[in-house]
Design a protein. Structure first.
Length: 258
């Protein structure tokens, strides 16, 4: 499997900037799992040392793609509630940019905003591959300022997706379970924080419990969860087994990050 996405410069509370984005948080999970995996990450050349070095240190093969700017966020937490401000949306990926994915059969697409992976890029990624998309690609506009979710996505992206992962707030923006099921995506995961996750697949609705981890900063738990799911699916697990595996993987990744 492969993970592709922008690295982010995150400021959490009053702390110094740190690395964020799916390539980093998924790599924290994949280092626990092993196997044939790769990370394809992008940021501005000026941020390469600060943001790429922590990803490389996790021991998962990493391929860097240069970008003209780096996605940047400010994050503040109260328990599991998060207040998010987009400082810089970064740049969209191009068809040329995604060639480093190589021959992976499964790809985790770690979008940070709606503009990051246009339909044509997803179409190129989906050739002979299965894609698992982060729901931020549907509901998060690429506009600087406080993040306000909406459902104004291009439905052309859906035809390329095998798995969609949504946070609970994102699922509510899309109209809830019934409307999400009507999108026609084969496997949908709705993460519910410490309450676990919901799997919608093949007409079934399965609640997947997770082990509660006390953490003041759950940033990246969703990326780790999706990485665990995609890894398990690539290894031959059925969706429910993969979702259970994803929950334990995300808990372990959070535990080690404390």
């Amino acid at each position: 499997m492969a993970v592709i996405g922008n690295l982010a410069r995150d400021v959490v509370g009053d702390s110094s900037p740190r690395v964020g984005g799916a390539p980093f948080h998924a790599a924290r999970a994949l280092r626990l799992l092993g196997g044939r995996t790769r990370i394809v990450a992008r940021c501005a050349r000026a941020d390469r040392r600060a943001l790429l070095t922590p990803v490389i240190a996790l021991g998962v093969p990493v391929f860097w793609v240069p970008s003209g700017s780096t996605t940047s966020f400010e994050l503040r937490y109260e328990g599991e509630e998060r207040e998010l401000t987009l400082l810089d949306p970064g740049e969209p990926w191009s068809v040329e940019d995604v060639r480093e994915v190589g021959r992976a059969e499964w790809v985790q697409v770690g979008a940070l905003t709606r503009a990051e992976f246009p339909p044509a890029v997803l179409a190129a990624l989906a050739r002979n591959r299965r894609l698992a998309l982060d729901g931020q690609a549907l509901v998060r506009p690429a506009q600087a300022g406080p993040v306000r979710l909406d459902d104004g996505f291009d439905e052309a992206v859906l035809r390329h997706i095998s798995v969609l992962k949504l946070a609970e707030a994102e699922s509510e923006v899309l109209g809830g379970e019934e409307r999400i099921a009507a999108l026609g995506i084969p496997e949908v995961l709705i993460t519910l924080g410490s309450r676990g996750a919901l799997l919608l697949s093949a007409g079934r609705r399965d609640l997947v419990p997770v082990r509660r981890i006390e953490s003041d900063d759950p940033t990246g738990a969703g990326d780790a969860f999706l990485a665990g799911y995609v890894w398990a699916r690539a290894c031959g697990h059925r969706p429910l087994s993969a979702a259970r595996h994803a929950g334990s993987t995300a808990a372990r990744a959070l535990e080690l990050a404390r």
